[in-house]
Design a binder for this molecule. Sequence first.
Ligand code: GLA
Length: 389
Amino acid sequence: MTDPTRAVADRATAGFTTRYGGQAAGRWAAPGRVNLIGEHTDYNEGFVLPFALPLQTVVAADRQDAEQWTVWSELSDETVTFGADDVAEAGRVTGWGAYVAGVVWALREAGHPVPGARMAIASDVPLGAGLSSSAALESAVLAALLDLGGLELPAESQPRLAQRAENVYVGAPTGIMDQSASIRCQAGHALFLDCRDESVEQIPFDLDAAGLAVLVIDSRAPHRHADGEYAARRRSCEAGAAALGVAALRDVSVDHLDTALAQLDDEETRRRVRHVVTEDQRVLDTVALLRAARVRDIGPLLTASHVSMRDDFEITVPEIDTAVEAALAAGALGARMTGGGFGGCVLALIDADRADEVAAAVTAAYAERGFTAPGTLTVLPSPGATRLP
Ligand code: GLA
């Protein structure tokens, strides 16, 4: 266990003892993620390439006999309690407790006898930064409930279940990437996920060997209508696929892109389709380079992905574009927004010895424009959800 994990795990353990008395039966951790490349491709049945962060959410838990779930979180220092009635139907628990209730609901809906439980949650994954704090919470709770109940659910089926918690119980129309990353990622690798059949390949992503680092820059941009805009992008993509007569935009290849675009009369839909189709190809190209251990060479693909998100998918904001431009000007090999957009984080691929310089350049560019100072952190591809010793 790395030290940062130990600190958050200790907070969960201590929280459990303070709230409920006694010792938890176990502790389960699940990470946040960044997506190296492949944005807004998951719900188009395309390709993504996320990796897990060293930032984790930890659940310390034990069973309770009644069909009742009691959950304390350090983030709000609040305890939420819900029973069988609250998970009989989606949406009855609201706020952060909905992510926990959603997992109980989804498990029960899939026919699993979920044990009652007491849980204490601690987390290092910042909320609202586009690093999948919700998937980390769902995945850690899912791991805890599966183990506490002695329930069998293969790892490859778990992301879908956690996603249902979010899509149906919470009501956010997100794709399969975040829960897949939190559950299925491995240390030292990026997860090449085919979102159509959910097959995965662990792609070695050895930054150390290449003398490189990934700098994650939290733009601190306030989320501007992110939920509504996300749903609108999804609708545009579905409209584009319908107009082209394909099941999903995944079915349009870059070789046929011009022909496909010529069949669309709406300029906005054309831009959305062009982003998704070219982005799928950039994921495939990135995977090919990583397989050949050419890590440095993926930089231009990352930057091209950003340009496509900015100009065609129109999901970036001034803080995000500023961070990307400043990182590139300071020598980053590539930089792009990561996650759903309208705020969140930027990732920059940099020479490992230039992290401070690039971070300082971004901070200076922010100050010049009067933006709230960004957060910066270098990260390595970390393990997915696990039971802690
Ligand atoms: C959010 C969603 C994911 C994915 C990304 C964009 O993170 O939760 O499913 O669609 O946006 O790539």
